[in-house]
Design a protein around this ligand. Structure first.
Ligand code: BES
Ligand code: ZN
Ligand code: MN
Length: 500
């Protein structure tokens, strides 16, 4: 599918459909919608009068133009109330539009720049949001289907009357395409079954991203992990026959200022059976997605290398399976993490914090000044926040507010939960420095704080995406299955930090 911009009059496009919009409660459409309405003999205003078009958010009304103008169809998209309208409304409606028109089996459509006029959204931002929403709303994963789901739409054009805006629209579209491709890649990785997405497969994807760029790639195998004394990660990996990998990608956007840096660290459990503390069989297949954190940080690097922000970004993915077996670690085992901390493995299913403890220690050793770790860490986060919101945990107010702001821009909801010292009692061990579970209370908090112990004094944020990395339904720009959350938050965060 090709996304482009063109200067001109939208009513005169040689396309199968044109897309205009109305805000909720408006009786007289403005801008391009107004001129389309006039050209098709006021059909839109009469539909507003009869209440068929109300401008409700997500409402889509298809009008056949019967040769009154060149395009055969006009799609009127509802933008919802103007007070609630923002860049994320543009993404959602754009996602809904492409699925609607694809279902009509049409090939080409042109759209006005939603939000660019009355909506008051900056031109580049509106264009970027259309690109993100359109590409991600059209996302499908049918690699393993003999009969592929068909993508009919071949070309989407943003048509703009005002010639002076075309350059900014083009820039917005290019950024949006780059960002959305990163998210699609993350969705693919998470949707892919565990037999197609092993730690080595993650390495191959990271290699593809780095090839032909200045991004430096390092991959640690088991023996390198042993040299570095990554006992917590290796303890998890012991039960599996597939070799673990630690993937390190270094982007130097501000090489002269090495301290202007951020580390993005992802949990990469390519299948979480629970290990010896084995999970119930119902729903276990969903644990192919337990590498969503790693997928997010690796794919965010793709857009980062393309958008070239002035900041140094290191992505670290800690990848292994968590399996039972004759060589698997056992509940009660004690492992020694890279930083020397001894950990009692009370439950082998709390493996994410184990692999991340060594990945975070390694990041601290690299001299990272800020760390954001991303993990499908706890089932408890879904109890706390449902499937709407990602949980954030931090030792640094500034960094966590920057992460939450980036999430707001991205339309990915994030809410901070506390990390009070009192919770540390819950994961003290009788036999070692720490134990890897904190009991029934505050499960997401103790999991997060366990990881935070290894960040030491470095500014650190943990994002628990166990409930938000997948969605049971398609809606707006989100499609059923992997969501690609929080890839766009990470990209927007890095872009914002790079601007100081
Ligand atoms: N990968 C799971 C968390 C998870 C649950 C992700 C549901 C996605 C959907 C994690 O490794 C895990 O097993 N966590 C345990 C921790 C417990 C043993 C302290 C959990 O949440 O039950
Ligand atoms: Zn897990
Ligand atoms: Mn687990």
């Amino acid at each position: 599918m090709k996304l482009q911009v063109k200067a001109g009059d939208i009513t005169e496009q040689e396309v199968d459909a044109i897309v205009v919009n109305v805000f909720e409660g408006v009786s007289q459409p403005e801008g391009a919608t107004k001129s389309v309405n006039t050209a098709i003999k006021d059909i839109i205003t009469s539909l507003i009068e009869t209440g068929e078009v109300r401008g409700k958010s997500g409402e889509l009304t298809l009008i056949h133009t019967q040769n009154s103008i060149k395009p055969k169809r006009v799609l009127v998209a509802g933008l919802g109330p103007k007070e609630k309208f923002n860049q994320d409304s543009i993404r959602s409606i754009s996602g809904a539009i492409i699925r609607f028109l694809n279902a009509k089996k049409i090939k080409t459509y042109s759209t006005v720049l939603h939000g660019g006029g009355e909506g008051g959204i900056k031109t580049t931002v509106a264009a970027r949001s259309i690109a993100e929403g359109t590409i991600l709303g059209a996302y499908k994963f049918s690699e393993h289907k003999s009969k592929k789901q068909k993508q009919y739409i071949e070309q989407v054009t943003v048509v703009e009357m005002d010639n002076s805006k075309v350059k900014d629209i083009k820039r917005g579209i290019d950024e949006g395409v780059s960002i959305a491709s990163s998210v699609s890649l993350a969705r693919d990785m998470v949707n892919q079954p565990a037999n197609y997405m092993t730690p080595s497969d993650l390495v191959d994807i990271a290699t593809d991203i780095c090839d032909g760029t200045d991004v430096e790639l390092e991959v640690f195998d088991e023996s390198r992990m042993q040299q570095l004394k990554m006992g917590a990660l290796l303890g998890v990996a012991k039960g599996s026959v597939v070799p673990p990998k630690m993937i390190i990608m270094k982007y130097l956007g501000d090489a002269k200022n090495p301290d202007n840096n951020i580390g993005l660290i992802g949990k990469g459990i390519t299948f979480d059976s629970g290990g010896i503390s084995i999970k119930p069989s119902g729903g276990m297949a969903a644990m192919k997605g337990d590498m969503a954190g790693a997928a997010s940080v690796i794919s965010a690097m793709k857009a980062i290398t393309e958008l070239k922000p002035k900041i140094n970004v290191t992505a670290i993915a800690a990848a292994t399976e968590n399996m039972p077996g004759g060589n698997a670690q056992k509940p009660g085992d004690v492992v020694v993490a890279m930083d020397g901390t001894t950990i009692e493995v009370d439950n082998t299913d709390a493996e994410g914090r184990l692999v991340l403890s060594d990945a975070v220690s390694y990041g601290v050793q690299l001299g990272l000044k800020r760390i954001v770790d991303v993990a499908t860490l706890t089932g408890a986060i879904e109890i706390a926040l449902g499937k709407v919101t990602t949980g954030a945990f931090s030792n640094n107010d500034e960094l966590v507010s920057q992460v939450i702001d980036a999430g707001t821009q991205a339309g990915e909801k994030i809410w901070e939960l506390p990390t009070f010292d009192e919770y540390r009692e819950l994961y003290k061990s009788d036999v070692a420095d720490l134990k890897n579970v904190g009991g029934r209370q505050a499960g997401s908090i103790t999991g997060a704080m366990f990881i935070g112990e290894f960040a030491k004094d470095v500014a650190w944020v943990h994002l628990d995406i166990a409930s938000t990395s997948t969605s049971p339904k398609t809606s707006g720009m989100i499609t059923r299955g992997a969501t690609g959350i929080p890839v766009r938050t990470l990209i927007y965060l890095v872009l914002a930090l790079s601007k100081g």
